[in-house]
Design a protein around this ligand. Structure first.
Ligand code: UDP
Length: 362
């Protein structure tokens, strides 16, 4: 059977590998001139730079971890994010260390006790949940975090307030009643040594897989089965209208000194047009007398101008997606998957889990 996979990112590469190992012939195409989709990275000045912004692999799914670990060795990186809040660089997500860094001791102690009494140690509380608490001090804290960490960042990132977008989006970065400064608490975390591109290359390195870059899909291509990890609306020629996405513009700067900031990512919720600055040498502890950073400017996705990054979760878009999903149900030999094919805000591990699940289904 001839399998055609459209899109050479983590979703497509995972599917290609699984099919190939099952003895199937696979052609995987991508309109870009590189493999990896949005996890593509490259080396410059001895530093592994993520072309489409910082990517950190984290999962609690052992099956996903075991699968990916066949194609790379891991640098045991634990992600820490800082944010500029009220003139101070503090841990993000907001946790007990952030609380004590920003407030006078007596107030911080009092609020800490209330957080512990209401939620317990090491509990994660979405900001929209914290705002519902009927307690004067917790109300004060929730409003502070909402205003200083979420409101402006989210307006920049999504063009909407945290109340307007799907609660799962701000829920990704919950207030953490803990002294743990890490961004993720997943059991498995790391960065592939040598980078994500090398990892994807290893996945695709199989005699049954043929990779064709700079090759957009065309309707006259021959296949028995098609796996589409592009945007689902595009496959159906936007029949019901376009599914909206957010995109990003990255401004990369190479500095002639070795260190720019104290963490791989520093968020700037307020004050600036960019949302965050990534400094790439942290991820693999790359040694260089230079450093490379990227300033991240969110913008709407426009076809031909930039790339699709984030599906925008709301009711209207979910309805539109459902219309396409209905159409998808009528094409027996076409399968949709990945962040764009499923129109879901998947992290890398979720995208891989979805490919594994789809492979098992077919
Ligand atoms: N967010 C925020 N302020 C922050 C960090 C996150 O408002 O300092 C919100 C924002 O809406 C963002 C969402 O939480 O889009 C999810 O953040 P995450 O870091 O998971 O986004 P990603 O890394 O996927 O872009």
């Amino acid at each position: 059977m001839e399998n055609l996979i459209v899109g050479c990112g983590v979703s497509g590469a995972t599917m290609a590998r699984l099919l190939a190992e099952a003895g199937e012939r696979v052609t995987i195409i991508d309109s870009k001139n590189h493999i990896g989709g949005n996890v593509y990275d490259y080396y410059q000045d001895g530093i592994c730079v993520h072309k489409y912004g910082t990517h950190i692999f984290h999962t609690s799914n052992k099956e996903v971890w075991d699968f990916v670990s066949r194609f790379c060795q891991w640098y045991p990186y634990q992600h820490k994010v800082r944010g500029l809040i009220d003139g101070q660089i503090v841990p993000i997500p907001f946790n007990l260390n952030t609380l004590h860094a920003l407030f006078p001791k007596t107030l911080a102690d009092k609020i800490e006790q209330k957080l512990l009494d209401n939620f317990g140690l090491n509990k994660k509380v979405p900001i929209l949940e914290l705002r519902k608490k009927d307690d004067e001090d917790l109300q004060f804290l929730a409003q502070y975090i909402y205003d200083k960490i979420f409101l402006e960042y989210t307006l920049k990132q999504w063009g909407q307030t945290p109340d307007e977008i799907d609660p799962s989006v701000s829920g990704r970065v919950p207030v953490y009643v803990s002294r743990d400064d890490r961004y993720f608490q997943d059991k498995y975390q790391g960065i592939p040594i040598g980078g994500y591109t090398a990892m994807i290359k290893n996945m695709l390195n199989h005699p049954n897989i043929r990779v064709k870059l700079k090759t957009p899909f065309s309707k006259d291509m021959k296949y028995d089965r098609l796996f589409w990890s592009g945007s689902i609306d595009e496959f159906f020629d936007y029949k019901h209208g376009k599914l909206p996405y957010r995109s990003e513009r990255f401004e990369f700067i190479t500095f002639p000194f070795s260190k720019f900031q104290d963490a791989a990512v520093v968020n700037y919720p307020c004050n600036y047009e960019f949302t965050r600055i990534g400094e790439y040498k942290y991820f693999l502890n790359d040694q260089s007398d230079k450093t490379i950073v990227s300033y991240e400017y969110p913008e709407p996705f426009e076809d031909g101008k930039n790339e699709r990054y984030y599906p925008i979760a709301n009711e209207k878009n979910a309805e539109l997606y459902q219309m396409y999903l209905k159409m998808a149900g009528t094409c027996g030999n076409v399968f949709f998957f990945g962040r764009l094919g499923d129109y879901k805000y998947y992290d890398m591990d979720k995208a891989i889990a979805r490919s594994i699940e789809l492979f098992k289904e077919i």
